[in-house]
Design a protein. Structure first.
Length: 403
């Protein structure tokens, strides 16, 4: 290998914390060098992938392998790679992630968290028989579905909030019935009965189930694989890989706000951030996962680590997932704090207190939108006519008629 290339690789390793092979691949891609192996286009540049295998089942990975997200995308994760696991394992583990997402759905929605696509996380809520959606400090009433009055021979469509939503809802029903915007009429509907303002609570259960622990371990070992695939395949981690993929075995983890973690200097994060860390300490390999700043769990992946010193972290703003960081280097982190039963209450009580305070703060700074007036019939007809004109043509249905 040319001396200049070696220097570039070493410089990148020091700057990014990547393994030698990862740094070599990136440097060769950047300077336009060519080597044997499959290629794929990632963003604006083309780089060469070293043939790798799934860290769980050893299946070969290719340029068409689905992206694996270290932190679940549905919960804001954006760090992804095609060099971690195969599609089958990705799909199987994705079902576990869905359960964890469900457990955290209400707290994520209440705190204004967003998913990996930048869309607000929304949670359903039932109060007095009515359906609402929570998103940040706002709770939005959901309209009921359309109903058909056989006596009057007409279809009643409740109008949702937002003119675009109204046009789409009405247009879809007209298209199904084979009618046009000229058939529309607007009549006053029944005023919704809104529940009184007040404090409402819900239970947050996380960390105790085997499914939650499998997802915690999954995030840790896939973060390891993202920076150094060979470390994630080490034989010391065979049991934890089997636990993640098949649910065989167990994982030592606990609520923990006292451990110092990987020791990686973290950038200034927002008031609500998510974070996953993995690090070595002597012959142990530990992890810490933090949800919304206040809920933290630590655990042990193995106590027979022989992969050398290593630590890595990935974190992001829960409300703005595009603001994220990743870092790794070849150093040990810190030992875990000594466990005592009160640590469980310490985490849960602190999180409950902080979430309630943040919820109150969001209510104070958020402007409640005014009640929306219904559109005029002329405006609605024009909007629906334009919407129908943009839809693909279908076979025309005969309108219903009285018998």
């Amino acid at each position: 290998m040319p001396t200049t290339l070696k220097k570039l690789v070493r410089a990148r390793m020091e700057k990014t914390g990547e393994s030698y092979q990862q740094a070599l691949r990136h440097v060769r891609a950047e300077d336009g060098s060519r080597r044997e192996g499959p290629k794929t286009t990632l963003g604006p540049a083309t780089r060469t992938l070293t043939p790798t295998r799934c860290i769980y089942c050893a299946a070969a990975l290719t340029t068409t392998t689905r992206w694996a997200h270290v932190w679940p995308k549905s919960m804001g994760g954006r760090l992804q790679s095609r060099e971690i696991c195969c599609d089958n394992c990705n799909n199987a583990i994705g079902q576990l992630e869905d359960q964890l997402r469900s457990n955290l759905l209400h707290v994520n929605a209440t705190m204004g968290a967003h998913n990996g696509d930048g869309m607000p996380i929304v949670a359903p809520l039932e109060i007095d028989g009515q359906s609402f959606h929570i998103s940040g400090p706002l709770v939005n009433l959901q309209v009921s579905g359309a109903s058909y009055d056989r006596g009057a021979q007409r279809l009643a469509v409740p109008l949702p909030a937002g003119f675009t939503n109204q046009v789409g809802a009405v247009g879809k029903h007209l298209m199904r019935q084979g009618r046009t915007a000229a058939d529309l009429a607007i009549e006053p509907g029944q005023e919704p009965h809104l529940p009184p303002s007040g404090r409402r609570t819900y239970d947050l259960k996380i960390g105790a189930s085997s499914i939650d622990k499998r997802v915690f371990a999954k995030m840790a070992i896939e973060l390891l694989a993202f920076f150094d695939h060979s470390l994630a395949l080490r034989p010391e981690l065979a049991e934890i890989r089997r636990f993640i993929r098949d649910g065989v075995g167990t994982l030592q983890s606990k609520p923990d706000r006292r451990s110092r973690g990987s020791g990686i200097p973290l950038p200034l994060l927002s008031e609500m951030f998510n974070l996953i860390e993995v690090w070595s300490f002597k012959r142990a390999l530990y992890f810490r996962v933090t949800f919304l700043k206040w809920i933290s769990f630590t655990g042990t992946l193995t106590t027979s680590w022989e992969g050398g010193k290593f630590r890595a972290a990935y974190g992001f703003d829960a409300r703005k997932p595009a603001q994220w960081f990743k870092k790794a280097d070849r150093r040990d982190g810190f030992n875990l704090s000594v466990w005592f039963p009160e640590m469980r209450d310490e985490v849960s009580q602190t999180a409950a207190k902080e979430f309630e305070a943040e919820s109150a703060r969001l209510m104070e700074i958020t402007e409640i939108p005014p009640r929306e007036l219904p559109p005029t019939i002329e405006k609605l007809r024009d909007g629906v006519t334009e919407w129908l004109a943009k839809q693909p043509r279908r076979a025309k249905r005969t309108p219903r008629s009285s018998s």
